[in-house]
Each structure stands twice: as C-alpha cells, then as structure tokens.
Design a protein around this ligand. Structure first.
Ligand code: NAD
Ligand code: MG
Length: 394
C-alpha cells in the first residue's frame, strides 16, 4: 500500500489522480489531500478517500472544512497554509507525492518532498522552470525518485533507457522530439489573435485542463516551459530538443536515436495514462483511459512551430540559454500576465510583450540559490503588475 500526498487534489491533475487511485484501493491510500479554496469539493474527496489530513489556504477555510468533516463523522485532521503543505509533502509516513499545484506556489512543498527523498510524481512543471538546477541537485543528494507526469515528459521517459542519467549522448540519443498540439489558435492569423477572449483560449481542442495551463497552451508558453522542463529532467541541451506541432495529440513525444530509430509513446490525450504510469512505475496498471484505435485515428500530422505567431516559445528557448534566474523571471511574468488576461485586464498578444519587457528590465543572476530564485520571482511579479496596472489605466 502506497500512502500518497496529493498537492492540488481539486485541480484537473488532482481529479485524474484520484480517479486512477479509486480503481486500485488495495494499492493506494490518500495520506493528505491538499487544495487551495474549494472546500466543498475537498470535503467530498475526504468523504470518499478518508485521508489522514486535508490542507486548505487559511484558518477560516480550515474551520469551515473541519466543521463539515465533523458533521460527517470523519476523523480527517484539517491544516492550513504553506507550512502545512511542506509538512504533508515530507512526512515520514508518506511514500509518494503528486505535485499538482499550479504555478510557483508548488515550489516549496515540492522541494520539501525532494529533500525528504520521496517518490515525486511531477506535474507542476513551474518547479523545474523556476529552480531546475536546485531541484535536480536536491533529488540527487536525497536519493528521491522523480517521475514526470507531464504527458510529453512521461512519453520521453518511457522512450529512454532506464539508465539515461548516464547521459543522453552515451545512450545514443540524437534528439528529443517534443510534440505540441498547437493549441486552439494553431490556425489563426496573427491579426486574429489580437481580440481573442479567455473563453476561446481555454477551449483546448484535445485536452481538458486548468485555466492557467490552457492559456499557456494557447500562447505556446506551455511548450516553452516544457522545453525547459525537458532540459532539466533529461539533461538535454536546448539544441537537442525539437518542438513538433502534432495536432492530433496521439504521439505524446519521441526520442530519436543515432541508429535511425525513433521511439514514441502513443495514447489518447488522457492524463490518467501518464499518471497511472507514474503511480505504478515500473509496473503498469489500468488507468481508465480508453484503448487506442489506430484505425479510427487514421492519420498523424506534423508541422514545424511558428515562432513569430508564438513568441513565448522563442522566449523560453532564450531564457534557457541564458540560464540562472532568467527562467524564474519568465515564469513569474507569465503567471501575472496569464492571470491578467483571464481577468480581461490584458490582451492576449500583450502576454509575450509583458514577459519580454520584464525580462529586459531585470538582472539575471547566474548563481541561482533558492533565495535568488524567490527574489527574482518577487521582482518579476512586481514589475509585471506595474505593467498590467498601466495598461489597465490606459
Ligand atoms: P488546476 O488549476 O486545475 O488545479 C490546480 C490545483 O492547485 C487545485 O487543486 C488548486 O486548489 C491548487 N492550488 C492552486 N493554487 C494553490 C496555492 N497557492 N496553494 C495550494 N494549492 C493551490 O491546474 P491543473 O491543470 O491541474 O495543473 C496543475 C499543474 O500540472 C500545473 O503546473 C500544470 O502545468 C501541470 N500540468 C497539467 C496538465 C493537465 O492536463 N491539466 C498536464 C500537464 C501538466
Ligand atoms: Mg504537457
């Protein structure tokens, strides 16, 4: 029986994780379910999964959730705040942590899980974008196990040999082929992107996801963040990571070897497949995802990405080459820009402009300790907010 802490249990990845766990009650138990503010949903999850702990944002919400749990006769203990997340991610009783908080808020608890040497199933890609060097070093020092949940990275992990950490070149790897659906605006002209709405941006053609990653997919920043994620997970130099637009989202990524072989992983665009892989690794378990019928799929298409219409992708390669705190600055500016876009305070095309402005105004520190990363994150957010407020006033 594996006892699991789920960071972000009420989100899209959280719900898919619980759906896989529910199919295997003899293998997985919830130790802690952690969410932000959706207490009704968290309460329902507590009723079903009976975790030892549940965590919410603040004391007021914690009291409300505790009252609900008491009235239902549950013994789940309720905690709140960042310290509680960190405690749940590193508690000695915990075997595995699903890191599925969205954005920078997930950094400290996920880092705590790494320090504690846990098995970490990583969906929260912003952790690696902000603090990749530090996070990977921590994993190595503690002996933690890192399993990628992001579908592309999970596919690459499946297509690499088990001992890939001895170096991609030594394994005969020539390139990593990172696939992208192209998002909802793949075929829109630059001019038509000017007036797109949050609803249009969140209507992804293949995947149902949280709002932040949906906007990232529409701007292709998601693929940019994933290039950085792949760099850290697989020690892949940026020039060895090639993005391919593949609108059907059936091939989730591939690895090209020096003998001419390309190994790809295929499945329906359903996050339960990579989640089940990470949960059961190195075994395989039923995930609930439907079987793939290649006759029905019929064809698979591939196109090069358009760096002009999707400048966020170019910016991500730029910050990866720059190194240090540059990716943390990009990530923070992007989080502020996406939130402003979702609140209709910023136009879609201004997302990349804002990030570029913030990157050009802030110094990039090459040594990136946790403090450096947190300072860069705070400075970038502050500057990005100023930019949004000026736009708002204009
Ligand atoms: P979501 O918005 O649906 O869910 C986010 C979860 O995090 C919620 O449970 C929310 O309560 C919690 N949360 C948010 N802010 C928090 C805070 N400050 N403190 C504590 N908890 C907080 O997001 P999602 O789509 O599930 O994505 C989660 C992560 O997984 C993101 O980093 C995303 O990039 C990554 N990811 C998602 C998908 C997908 O299909 N949804 C695929 C690959 C990677
Ligand atoms: Mg992905």
């Amino acid at each position: 029986m594996q006892r699991i802490t789920l960071l972000g249990s009420t989100g899209s990845i959280g719900l898919s994780t619980l759906d896989v766990m529910r199919r295997h009650p003899q293998r997985y138990a919830a130790y802690a379910l952690c969410a932000h503010s959706q207490i009704q949903q968290l309460f329902e999850q507590c009723c079903e999964f009976k975790p030892r702990f549940a965590v919410v944002r603040d004391a007021v919400l914690a009291d409300q959730l505790a009252a609900l749990c008491r009235s239902a006769g549950l013994s789940t203990e309720i905690r709140h705040g960042v310290d509680a997340l960190t405690e749940m991610a590193s508690a000695p009783e915990v075997d595995a942590v699903m890191a599925a908080i969205v954005g920078a808020a997930g950094l400290e608890p996920t880092l705590a899980a790494a320090r504690a040497g846990k098995k970490i199933m990583l969906a929260n890609k912003e952790v690696l974008v902000m603090a990749g060097a530090l996070f990977m070093r921590t994993i190595q020092e503690s002996g933690a196990t890192l399993l990628p949940v992001d579908s592309e990275h999970n596919a690459i992990f499946q297509a690499l040999p088990a001992d890939f950490s001895r170096g991609l070149a030594a394994c005969g790897v020539e390139r990593i082929l990172l696939t992208a659906s192209g998002g909802p605006f793949r075929e829109k002209a630059l001019e038509d992107l000017r007036h797109v709405t949050p609803e249009q941006a969140c209507a992804h053609p293949n995947w149902v996801m949280g709002r932040k990653i949906s906007v990232d997919s529409a701007s292709m920043m998601n693929k940019g963040l994933e290039v950085i994620e792949a760099h850290w997970l697989f020690a892949a130099p940026p020039e060895k990571i090639q993005v391919l637009v593949h609108p059907q989202s059936i091939i989730h990524s591939a690895v090209a070897y020096n003998d001419g072989s390309v190994l790809a992983q295929m499945s329906h665009p359903d996050m339960r497949t990579p989640i089940a892989y990470a949960l059961a690794y190195p075994e395989r378990i039923v995930s609930g995802a439907p079987a793939l019928d290649l006759f029905k799929i019929g064809r698979l298409d591939f196109y090069p990405p358009d760096f002009e219409r999707f400048p966020c992708l170019r910016l991500a390669y730029d910050v990866l080459r720059q190194g240090g705190t540059a990716p943390a600055i990009l990530n923070a500016a992007n989080e502020v820009a996406v939130a402003a876009f979702l609140e209709r305070k910023l136009a879609f095309l201004d997302i990349s402009r804002l990030i570029e402005t913030v990157l050009s105004r802030l110094p990039c520190r090459i040594d990136s300790s946790l403090d450096d990363v947190l300072v860069a994150d705070a400075e970038a957010r502050q500057l990005a907010h100023q930019f949004v407020n000026r736009r708002d006033a204009a």
